[in-house]
Design a binder for this molecule. Structure first.
Ligand SMILES: NC(=O)c1ccc[n+]([C@@H]2O[C@H](COP(=O)([O-])OP(=O)(O)OC[C@H]3O[C@@H](n4cnc5c(N)ncnc54)[C@H](OP(=O)(O)O)[C@@H]3O)[C@@H](O)[C@H]2O)c1
Length: 265
């Protein structure tokens, strides 16, 4: 009998927590991954009781190079078939590029980039053998935005993740789809964890969306096998404008509406 699960990284807070709830509501068993064990235990208990599903967890720090291997070993030992892989965990560095150490940059790039590639590499082979699977990468509207003075590598790594996700469409013939979900400003713990809550507080409320809405639209897009998906009408329009208006105009408007991202260093 198949022992199918959805594995979600960063499943204890914000967008990852809401994705986990949405998948549980759809009847999927879950494997939750994050660093903080107490939150994993609590979330796992809550979701298994509320949605009557099987829910397990694995505490792992994705800044560490061995983390994807350890996660894979855990699910292999438990004989869980990972049918859905949601690469969601993430944070950004708060300072200007020259103030962050190379170690800080490498750790952040591991969580947002190389761990996503490593986990996908592990599970895609099983998905091929099992005749299909679904992958989601939680990317960002930053993937489409002009280069910013704040969080210099965040936008570039999200662009990289979008291109990586699109390249996985060559696995469609094996029944595998990959969806890059690109939210705009979302109310979560992200900005506090990334040291930019003051910038988030100054963003007008019409630009801030709930994690629940992002998750619901994102999971639906993944189920439909869409390659790149921007949740909410507001952010679809902004991404369209990003493609047609000069970036200098975008930066000017952005400076007025959400100061910080394009300020001089
Ligand atoms: N919020 C936004 O405005 C926004 C916009 C666009 C894209 N995104 C993207 O959405 C994704 C989720 O962010 P969020 O807004 O939901 O943030 P969040 O509320 O801060 O949640 C982050 C989750 O990731 C886990 N995590 C953080 N560092 C980790 C590490 N080193 N190893 C393993 N797990 C780790 C956290 O748990 P522990 O701390 O216990 O590890 C938590 O479960 C990120 O990829 C982010 O780039 C966010």
């Amino acid at each position: 009998m198949k022992n199918s699960y959805a594995l979600i990284t960063g499943a204890t807070s914000g967008i990852g927590l809401e994705i986990s709830k949405d998948l549980a509501k759809r009847g999927f068993n879950l494997i939750l991954v994050a660093r903080t064990t107490e939150k994993l235990v609590q979330t796992s208990n809550d979701l298994s009781q509320e949605f009557n599903i099987k829910c397990d967890y694995f505490s792992s720090d994705l800044t560490l190079i061995d983390s994807p291997d350890e996660i894979y070993q855990f699910t292999s030992q438990k004989k869980y078939d990972v049918e859905i892989l949601v690469n969601n965990a993430g944070y950004a560095l708060p300072n200007a590029f020259h103030k962050n150490t190379m170690e800080d940059e490498e750790k952040c790039l591991r969580v947002l980039g190389t761990s996503v590639i490593a986990l996908t590499k592990k599970y895609i082979n099983d998905m091929i053998s099992n005749g299909g699977g679904k992958i989601m990468i939680v990317s960002s509207v930053a993937a489409f935005a002009p280069a910013s003075s704040l969080q210099s590598l965040y936008g570039p790594v999200k662009t990289f993740m979008n291109r990586f996700s699109e390249s996985l469409s060559f696995y469609n013939k094996y029944g595998i789809t990959s969806t890059a979900v690109c939210p705009g400003y979302t109310v979560t713990n992200f900005h506090t964890a990334s040291g930019v809550q003051a910038e988030m507080d100054s963003v007008p409320s019409f630009l801030k969306k709930s994690a629940k809405r992002i998750a619901e639209e994102g999971v639906e897009a993944m189920m439909r096998g869409m390659k790149v998906y921007v949740p909410t009408k507001t952010w679809k329009i902004i991404v369209f404008l990003l493609k047609v208006i000069p970036h200098s105009v975008f930066r000017l408007v952005s400076r007025l509406l959400a100061p910080g991202r394009y300020d001089d260093i």
